[in-house]
Design a protein around this ligand. Structure first.
Ligand code: F6P
Length: 519
């Protein structure tokens, strides 16, 4: 049953927020706010597990925050959150529970619902088996290359995390991620591999995704051409559709469940490449860090609840300020795939135009999410962030302790991240003309002590929950993705036409382009 919670634009707080925006929100000036309140940094900072967040450089004050909390209460945010943690089928268009958080719940927990308790047992039996397998692969000196074949949620999370935790990765093993149906990816990799030294992980929740199936077929054909015979040793499938994997000829399988959304799946068997890379102990720490954030989200009063505050800020910016994008700037090169990962998380979850009942929305939803690691972004698009005509809230991630020993670099990196956040806010208004910086540009600033499995786990769980919060306030289903279907169907229709040249029934542009691309 879709939720009975009222829609955000139908509760009194929505109108009050509009009035607040009109009266003071639009003209709010961060510089004045800091000048007026020496405690602003303390008041608008939250120390969540593993993540310290300074929200003080955002266009909010106590009154706006109070109204946003009213909005959360009036739209039943806590009820929505509790329904997710109780295992209710909140993904109503697919009649599925949403329980990725259960994948990082300790085995000793005692969920109330029997369905959830039994799912927790399944989670831990697969986790134990998968981690034992990961350790076995780590100890197998003959396997030097692990190739993950998957796309979307079956690629972005493990790829992002293996890169992020590179200093924890076992020396002597290389990790490759093949996602695109574009054969250039696979064709470039295969010549670098030896069949006897390679483990292919075919990662697909559904085991039907066209790109992944094409790449899996090519990998298997190559393996056999190279004289490989032991598919059970050199291929494993990570999927909810174990039967399809077996039909494909893969007998080494690790399962998961339909209540894990693809973009929320790296805590499941989809995390196997990460587990092989960093080992069972570190993978468990990754889960523990995420669980600490789950508990923070589940139990902390809304005013001090970091995912809640971030999600409310997202609503304030998107629906009242009218900001259409958010930029993520991780100041750690190992986090270079974090923007791509967060794009799927935010935009596939909240890029929706109808509410949970299928009714059109009268307000905006998902912002466009984009970014690059600092300091690279500074020399590319920060110009627009500082002086462009659009205001783009920026989310900085800084890591206190570096993992290298090169002198000077880390201080320079940290100086830059601090300076960018400062420059966005203070601006420079005495220069005039081309040299003028308007300032008052909002940013949030996250600090991690170090980039470790636990802190990364917490950071990602934080992002998952903030997406949940804005999605719940907007009254949408953050857990389906019907918008990806049409292109898949049309591609199936077009593919044979590239052979036959048949353009009957196609629009003029598609027909013209098809003719150009043929043969
Ligand atoms: O096409 C979108 C999508 O369904 C994503 O939601 C998902 O992460 C990706 O494709 C891969 O799906 P699968 O894991 O089933 O191959």
């Amino acid at each position: 049953m879709p939720s009975k919670r009222p829609r955000c634009d139908q509760v009194p707080a929505w109108e009050k927020l509009q009035t607040q925006f009109d009266c003071s929100g639009e003209a709010f000036d961060l510089r004045q706010a800091f000048a007026a309140d020496s405690e602003r940094f303390t008041k608008f900072s939250i120390a969540a597990p593993h993540v310290f967040a300074d929200l003080s450089k955002n266009r909010i004050d106590a009154a706006t925050q109070a109204l946003l909390l009213e909005l959360a209460q009036q739209t039943g945010l806590e009820q929505a959150r509790d329904a997710m943690f109780a295992g209710a089928a909140i993904n109503s268009t697919e009649q599925r529970a949403v329980m990725h958080w259960l994948l990082r719940t300790p085995a000793a927990a005692t969920p109330k619902a029997e369905f959830v308790a039994s799912a927790l047992q399944d989670v831990h039996s697969v986790l134990d088996a998968m981690l034992a397998y990961a350790e076995q692969v780590r100890g197998d000196a003959e396997i030097t290359d692990v190739v993950n074949i998957g796309i979307g949620g079956s690629d972005l999370g493990p790829q992002m995390a293996v890169l992020a935790l590179d200093s924890f990765v076992l020396p002597g093993k290389r990790f490759h991620f093949i996602s695109n149906v574009d054969g250039h990816e696979m064709a470039a990799l295969l010549p670098k591999l030896q069949a006897k030294n390679t483990l292919f992980l075919v990662a697909s929740k559904t085991f039907t995704t066209a790109e992944t199936m094409a790449n899996a077929r090519s990998a298997k054909a190559w393996f056999e051409q190279q004289g490989g015979t032991d598919v059970a040793r050199h291929f494993a499938a990570l999927t909810t559709n174990v039967a399809a994997a077996k039909d494909f000829g893969i007998t080494t399988t690790f399962g998961f469940w339909d209540w894990v959304g693809g973009r929320y799946s790296m805590w499941s068997a989809i995390g196997l490449p990460l587990a092989i890379a960093i080992g069972a102990g570190s993978f468990r720490e990754f889960l523990t860090g995420a669980h600490a954030m789950d508990e923070h989200f589940r139990t902390t009063p809304l005013a001090q609840n970091l995912p809640v505050q971030l999600g409310l800020l997202d609503v304030w910016y998107r629906n009242f300020h009218g900001f259409t994008s958010r930029s993520i700037a991780p100041y750690h090169s190992a986090l270079r795939r974090l923007p791509a990962y967060l794009q799927q998380l935010e935009m596939e979850s909240n890029g929706k135009q109808v509410d949970i009942h299928g009714q059109p929305l009268a307000y905006g939803t998902s912002p466009v999410l984009w970014g690059e690691p600092g300091t690279n972004g500074q020399h590319a698009y920060f110009q627009m962030l500082h002086q462009g005509t659009d205001v783009v809230p920026v989310e900085f991630v800084a890591v206190k302790k570096e993992r290298h020993t090169l002198p000077g670099h880390h201080a320079a990196l940290l100086a830059n991240v601090l300076a960018q956040a400062q420059a966005l806010m203070v601006g420079k208004t005495d220069a005039g003309g081309h040299r003028n910086f308007p300032g008052n540009r909002p940013s949030s600033f996250f600090v991690l002590e170090a980039l470790t499995p636990a802190t990364l786990g917490a950071l990602i769980a934080l992002q998952e929950h903030r997406v949940f919060v804005s999605g719940a306030i907007w009254g949408i289903n953050s857990f389906d993705q019907w918008g990806v279907e049409l292109g898949k169907v049309l591609a199936k229709d077009i593919e044979p036409r590239l052979q036959s040249g048949d353009v009957a029934g196609l629009d003029g542009s598609t027909a013209g382009l098809l003719a150009r691309l043929r043969g």
